[in-house]
Design a protein around this ligand. Structure first.
Ligand code: ATP
Length: 234
């Protein structure tokens, strides 16, 4: 479904991704792992069309999206939930969710998708009239994921869901991700909580200073002494 081939990315001519290749098959959860500054968010931004690689290609669902804008790639079925949630804090939960379906003009379709989100995340239904800023971190994260799903993506990219959440909430948010996949959405996940991410992912790629240094099935990565030592503190 997604194929990233040998991409290079730079900020102001400073190269930070040096030839990353990876793929995501339909129906998979794939985790991108690695320490701070490894290039995980940059990779996601490039796939989402928020920046363009200086070399290499990105193909999604058979289309070359290497130079495509973010708004066009959303229409193709790619959704990106950035790190830090970025909700509109003064808007209600419902309004935030509706913004996720900005390209849908039929109100009954939007209402149908809202109902689906309330079914997937019941807490959002009870909070629908509250402003986003009044919710807890975990609830805001659920809201951000649900907003990302409102465009009915084929692939959703989730950047650092666990950031700032207590462990019990991380588990709940990741359970929600597993549920999303059951509903037919493919998931590309960036996480620093390596163990937790690999528990729900099928495969993973470990990045280090802009390169893939390990890849494999979740089990292979969980069993790797090197990965355990470097990224799981074991
Ligand atoms: P983190 O979890 O801390 O976000 P990351 O693995 O997602 O880490 P990136 O945010 O992709 O890493 O950063 C990769 C490199 O690019 C780092 O060296 C970072 O300092 C640099 N970088 C990131 N954003 C910018 C920017 N807007 N301008 C210049 N350099 C940037």
């Amino acid at each position: 479904m997604l194929e990233v081939k040998n991409i290079h990315c730079a900020y102001d001519q400073v190269s930070v991704i040096h030839g990353i290749s990876l793929h995501v098959n339909e129906g998979e959860i794939v985790a991108i792992l690695g320490a701070n500054g490894a290039g995980k968010s940059t990779l996601m931004r490039a796939v989402a069309g928020l920046m363009h690689p200086t070399a290499g290609t990105i193909t999604f669902d058979g289309c070359d999206i290497t130079k495509m804008s973010a708004s066009k790639s959303i229409k193709l079925g790619l959704s990106y939930v950035p790190e830090g949630r970025r909700l509109f804090s003064k808007l209600t939960v419902r309004e935030n969710l509706e913004l996720g379906a900005f390209s849908v003009t039929d109100k009954s379709v939007v209402a149908e998708r809202l109902d689906e989100m309330y079914e997937l995340f019941p807490i959002l239904k009870s909070r629908s009239g509250q402003t986003a800023e009044t919710m807890s971190g975990g609830e805001q994260q659920m809201c951000a994921i649900a907003r990302g799903l409102m465009s009915r993506p084929k692939l959703i990219m989730l950047d650092e869901l666990s950031l700032g959440l207590q462990p019990s909430l991380v588990e709940r948010v990741l359970e929600a991700v597993a549920e999303i996949r059951k509903r037919g959405v493919t998931v590309l996940l960036v996480e620093q909580m390596v163990q937790e991410a690999l528990e729900i992912a099928d495969r993973g790629y470990v990045l280090q200073t802009g390169r893939v240094v390990h890849k494999g099935t979740s089990q292979e990565l969980l069993d790797s002494d090197e990965v355990r030592r470097a990224y799981m503190g074991m």
